[in-house]
Design a protein around this ligand. Structure first.
Ligand code: FES
Length: 99
């Protein structure tokens, strides 16, 4: 599931290389990237501490329209996650809580 364009932000996702969300999503979509290493090669995001890898994987999975859960991502990348709050924020944006 791709986010609507207005939901894509200039928020910096990769703090190490100061790469924002729009740049990362554009790189993934333009070249149909499927691996975190490819994203790093394309726009440098993920090339430092790896803390942002979980979000890079989230953006890749969204582009590939995979069904995913926060638990799956955390299980795959738990050792790299320093701030889980940022991931929760993205999931709230993607899957608003029913009310
Ligand atoms: S925050 Fe992206 S590599 Fe460190």
């Amino acid at each position: 599931m791709n986010l609507p364009p207005k939901a894509q932000t200039e928020e910096v996702i990769c703090q190490c290389y100061q790469v924002n969300e729009a740049t990362i999503r554009t790189a993934i979509e333009k070249d149909n990237l499927t691996e975190i290493d490819q994203v790093t090669e394309s726009c440098e995001a993920g090339g430092g501490c790896h803390s942002c890898h979980i979000l890079l994987q989230l953006f890749i999975d969204e582009h590939q329209q995979k069904t995913l859960t926060m638990e799956d991502l955390v299980n795959d990348h738990a050792q790299k996650v320093k701030k889980r709050g940022i991931l929760s924020r993205f999931f709230k944006r993607i899957k608003p809580n029913p009310s």
